[in-house]
Design a protein around this ligand. Structure first.
Ligand code: ADP
Ligand code: ZN
Ligand code: ZN
Length: 713
């Protein structure tokens, strides 16, 4: 027997499998992790093929050292998927496999640790003593439970163990009975129709579920999952980011008691291993997870739901630069599972394929319970300024907020920029203070009283005088979330304000706390970036203000209109969800822009028609594929030379129907002390492109190639 093994090395010339002898008696199957001799040392690898060889005779092949698992870590389908990803996303197969297997995958361990207080202990007040008292009062508790309820008790618990004040017992838990709980709702006609279409569809069907915010898409997912469970299959629900969708997660856990596992980056190595094995053995029937959950070792996956399918977090930015949607569609094609892509604002690609009939298309056109979509008014901020209003809030927004607060209702204010001021400018010489390592302006953060680079995290104290001309007339421009909080405090001093951005929310617990605090009305005004624009249901919010809707409209990126439209619609969707009608005020400097105009009437079709025309005219996706080639170097000259050579290498693709744009300096021409240049290849997916780009990838110019890039900066 011989086996082909992909080794865990990334270097030129190594993007292939190597053949090894399987020693007699060794059990090796496709998908097993193995250790093999490689070069002068040893390497880990994945078996991608096993062949019976007749009469091998004397051979120079080396033999596999050992097999790491008692079962193949990757199913044959996943082995194929890795090969496909390597071709599709121009990466090494080993990089694909690495992404598919969680880090530090340990062995299956169905036991848990039970912690019990022993003897007596009465020391001075400390967290240790508090924990011991809790154990004393409540009796033995599972370690997992303790840390869930009291996340800061990890260290005190370790101390108690060292001290011998608690005992630790390994216990095997009988799994709690799983049950499907009935839906509290009668489906609406539209939901009913959606469910029956999906349930009746052929294996391998892919559906776009295009439903306005609050139209009850989640209820459709739940019914489709029930159907998959009835057929004995497992189901996967993908969400852009678990922490941002506490409510969605809870709805799945409620409906499918003790069947749901979560998959996200916040899991400990132990939790990851446990969930991974529980999925593999079928103990878990449903997973709610982020992008990488698409690689979990399901036994029999029948359905993938991709909620908010337009979200950019579904695209991985690092090798392998896969898009989760592509992987899901590949799985549907190969294994016959069904896919539901859900969104109120589908990506142009998905919307196009649905309208062309390439995938199924279901629409939910109205909100559940005859709640109306909130009226949106767009305020021209140039006018406000002309008429003497220098505040960051228009008069209309001020009036709306005042009225809501007077009626004890809640308000959300969105601004997609954190910090206090996005640039700091000298009034005398006109120079903005830039990051010394990047060609970008520094953002002022009031809380830390410092200037911070949002790209490389460089930090400095704000200078008292202009570094260029020593003038003291330094001014702050471009309001961020901190500034909005400050202004709210000035205008409505009694309102309780909470801020939600990456600076205040960095753990899953902090999101949950924010979410529940706001639902329980512990704050009146929530100021946040787009991170809180999706998925959350706040029944008492009657006003949503979008402080600057056109922040993203001026970026040199062909998806700028799409992003602006999506943000506006998602943000508007946060209001009018309870019994009170909602209202949205959108502030913009370019209020006539079609993305803003169509979002203000919740008119996806109108937006789509105009945007798809633009995409077709300029041959952007879905009418072409894009490959972004990027070279970065500490020396500007070297970077320029290299990008020119890269451009030469792909020039021939014009004959294959491609358009080559560049070389040009990247829109962010310098980041982290490296000068950056781009070439964009636009064209059909074909053999010629694959071959040319494989050569670029292997060239000495350290060119980074992104297939279907999401960000063009
Ligand atoms: P979407 O995901 O489309 O934004 P949701 O699934 O969150 O919408 O549904 C919006 C609200 O309507 C939720 O609070 C949900 O519980 C409720 N809901 C969903 N379906 C029904 C129904 N058939 N009858 C009554 N309420 C429903
Ligand atoms: Zn100056
Ligand atoms: Zn920087």
């Amino acid at each position: 027997m011989v086996a082909d093994v992909v080794v865990d090395r990334v270097a030129r010339g190594l993007d292939r499998a190597w053949t090894y002898l399987v020693p007699p008696g060794m059990e090796v199957a496709k998908g097993c992790r193995v250790q093999v001799p490689f070069g002068r040392g040893r390497a880990q690898g994945i078996v991608v093929d096993v062949q019976e060889v007749e009469n091998p005779g004397p051979s120079r092949l080396k033999a596999i050292d050992r097999v790491s698992d008692t079962y193949p870590a990757l199913s044959p389908l996943m082995v194929e998927l890795g090969q496909w990803m390597a071709r599709e996303y121009l990466c090494f197969p080993s990089q694909a496999y690495k992404a598919m297997l969680p880090r530090g995958l340990g062995h299956e361990d169905p036991t848990q640790e039970l912690i019990e207080a022993v003897g007596s202990r009465n020391k001075r007040a400390s967290r240790r003593q508090t924990l011991w008292n809790v154990l004393q009062e409540r009796g033995p508790l599972l370690k997992e439970r303790i840390l869930q309820e009291m996340p800061d008790m990890a260290e005190p618990l370790r101390s108690l163990v060292r001290e011998g004040a608690v005992t630790v017992t390994q216990v095997a838990l009988p799994s709690a009975p799983a049950s499907v709980n009935p839906s509290p709702f009668t489906l609406t006609g539209e939901q009913e129709r959606a469910v029956s279409l999906i349930v009746a569809s052929a294996p391998g069907s892919v559906w776009l579920l295009e439903g306005v915010t609050g139209s009850g898409k989640t209820e459709v997912y739940l019914k489709a999952i029930e159907d998959a469970l009835r057929a004995g299959a497992q189901a996967l629900v993908m969400v852009p980011e678990i922490a941002l969708t506490p409510q969605t997660v809870m709805r799945f856990e409620e409906r499918f008691a003790n069947m749901v596992g979560l998959w996200h980056s916040g899991l400990s190595a132990g939790e990851r291993t446990k969930t991974w094995h529980d999925v593999r053995t079928g103990r878990l029937r449903i997973v709610v997870g982020v992008r990488s959950s698409v690689f979990l070792p399901f036994q029999n996956l029948g359905l993938i739901v991709m909620d908010e399918e337009h979200e950019s977090t579904y695209k991985q930015e690092e090798h392998p630069r896969y898009h989760t949607r592509d992987v899901a569609l590949w799985l549907a094609q190969q294994s016959g599972l069904k896919v539901i892509l859900g969104s109120a604002t589908p990506s142009l690609e998905t919307a196009f394929f649905a309208r062309q009939g390439v995938i199924g298309w279901i629409r939910l056109t109205s909100r559940v319970g005859s709640r109306a979509l909130p009226p949106v008014s767009v305020v021209d901020m140039r006018r406000e300024l002309q008429e003497g209003n220098r505040s960051i809030f228009s008069r209309e927004l001020q009036e709306a907020v005042s009225r809501a607060l007077a009626q004890d209702e809640q308000v959300i204010l969105f601004l997609n920029r954190r910090g206090y001021a996005s640039f700091v400018l000298c009034r005398d010489c006109g120079k903005a203070i830039e990051c010394p390592r990047c060609a970008v302006t520094l953002t002022y953060h009031q809380q830390e009283d410092s200037l911070v680079c949002h790209y490389c995290s460089y930090t400095m104290k704000p200078p008292a005088a202009c570094p260029a001309c020593h003038s003291h007339k330094i001014r702050y421009f471009g309001a961020g979330t901190e500034r909005v909080v400050e202004e709210v405090g000035k205008l409505w001093p009694t309102a309780r304000v909470a801020r939600a951005d990456r600076d205040t929310l960095n753990t899953r617990d902090s999101y949950y706390k924010l979410y529940f605090d706001f639902v329980e009305h512990k704050a009146d005004v929530l100021v946040g970036t787009q991170m809180i624009a999706k998925g959350m249901d706040f029944p008492n919010v009657s006003v949503v203000g979008i402080v600057a809707a056109d922040v993203a409209l001026h970026l040199p990126d062909f998806r700028r209109s799409e992003r602006t439209f999506q943000l506006m619609v998602q943000a508007s969707g946060r209001t009018g969800r309870g019994d009170k009608p909602g209202r949205v005020v959108v502030q913009a400097y370019d209020p006539e822009h079609f993305a803003i105009e169509s979002a203000s009437t919740h008119d996806y079709d109108k937006f789509y028609r105009q945007e798809i025309e633009f995409r077709q005219e300029l041959q952007y996706p879905p009418f072409s594929n894009l490959w972004l080639l990027e070279v970065a170097d500490p020396l500007d000259n070297t970077a320029q030379q290299n990008i020119r050579k890269v451009a030469d290498m792909v020039k021939g693709l014009e004959a294959a129907g491609c358009e080559i744009l560049g070389p040009v300096p990247a829109p962010l021409p310098k980041l982290r002390e490296r000068y950056r240049y781009h070439v964009l290849v636009k064209g059909p997916k074909c053999q010629e492109v694959a071959e040319a780009l494989a050569l670029v990838e292997q060239s000495e110019f350290s060119c980074r190639i992104t297939v279907d890039p999401y960000y063009m900066l």
